[in-house]
Design a protein around this ligand. Structure first.
Ligand SMILES: Cc1cc2nc3c(=O)[nH]c(=O)nc-3n(C[C@H](O)[C@H](O)[C@H](O)COP(=O)(O)OP(=O)(O)OC[C@H]3O[C@@H](n4cnc5c(N)ncnc54)[C@H](O)[C@@H]3O)c2cc1C
Length: 247
């Protein structure tokens, strides 16, 4: 039984694109109909495989943006010089087929039984799996307190802004805009460092379960800060997107 489930998860299959939504100028959310989808956990990802006419194959991983129980969705940021993301953000349309496998990953996940409080740390598109966690918390009516610290270059680069500007009860969203701030901006305006984390973290003695996700440089920086502040390693989960950091 377990073997069947494992084989099923890791088999490439064809999904149908049901919708492509504009999140920001460079980010799209792609909703998929995946036949026989076994369900996923908040924080997991899928692998996407593109094959061109010459048989050249490119594979990339994308976090699942939707909560367990919702249709599978991924949110992709276009890297202008990238191989795969420009196709997904600019070319793909509802009705197209897309090859994927998943769900993948059993470490960077959250279930209500894991408890909280939660300190979610996002750099750029690293907010994607954290959004799945937020939606899962809401759908399961969990009341664990959550703080999301989300670093973006500018306000226009904030993904899911409509949702995040109206957080559920018990969820606080703290933005930091690292490159440009609109007139009258009252949020943070610097890169995430020890001082900023200290301001956003809970009072002394409260050790939230921390999830940090984004470009490798962002995740390295925030996990170094947490380690140096004697954070228990088992309370910190990290997911590196591998892309060059810009936040
Ligand atoms: C677990 C996981 C989850 C992820 N989730 C998401 C997500 O939810 N959303 C999202 O947008 N991304 C996500 N990513 C990142 C994603 O997998 C891709 O890395 C990203 O979309 C870029 O792919 P690309 O093919 O467009 O760019 P690539 O072609 O891979 O290029 C990426 C960058 O590397 C540079 N580069 C490429 N080759 C070289 C080289 N030989 N020498 C020097 N530089 C080079 C490029 O110039 C570009 O800037 C995730 C990654 C992981 C591992």
């Amino acid at each position: 039984m377990a073997g069947t489930a494992l084989r099923g998860r890791l088999t490439w299959q064809i999904a149908k694109v049901t919708a492509v939504a504009v999140e920001t100028a460079s980010v799209r959310t792609i909703t998929l109909d995946v036949p026989g989808w076994p369900g996923h956990q908040a924080g997991q990802h899928v692998d996407i495989r593109l094959t061109d006419e010459d048989g050249y194959v490119a594979e990339r991983s994308y976090s699942i943006a939707s909560a367990p129980g919702e249709p599978v969705a991924i949110t992709v940021e276009r890297l202008d010089d990238g191989e795969v993301s420009p196709y997904l953000t600019d070319e793909l349309r509802a009705g197209d087929d897309l090859e994927l496998r998943g769900p993948i990953g059993g470490y960077f996940v959250w279930e209500p039984d894991d408890g909280g409080p939660l300190l979610l740390l996002a750099g750029g598109s690293g907010v994607v799996p954290l959004r799945s966690i937020l939606r899962h918390r809401e759908r399961t009516r969990s009341n664990v307190p959550v703080r999301l610290l989300y670093a973006s270059r500018t306000l226009d680069d904030v993904i899911y802004r409509g949702e995040l500007d109206q957080p559920a009860v018990g969820v606080e969203v703290v933005y930091t805009l690292t490159r440009h701030q609109p007139p009258g901006w009252t949020g943070y305006a610097r890169r995430v460092d020890a001082a900023l984390l200290a301001e956003v973290a809970w009072a002394a003695g409260v050790m939230p379960l921390a999830y940090a996700c984004g470009p490798t440089s962002f995740v390295e920086a925030v996990s170094q800060v947490l380690v140096h502040s004697s954070y228990p390693p088992e309370r910190v989960k990290t997911e590196r997107f591998g892309t060059a950091g810009g936040t």
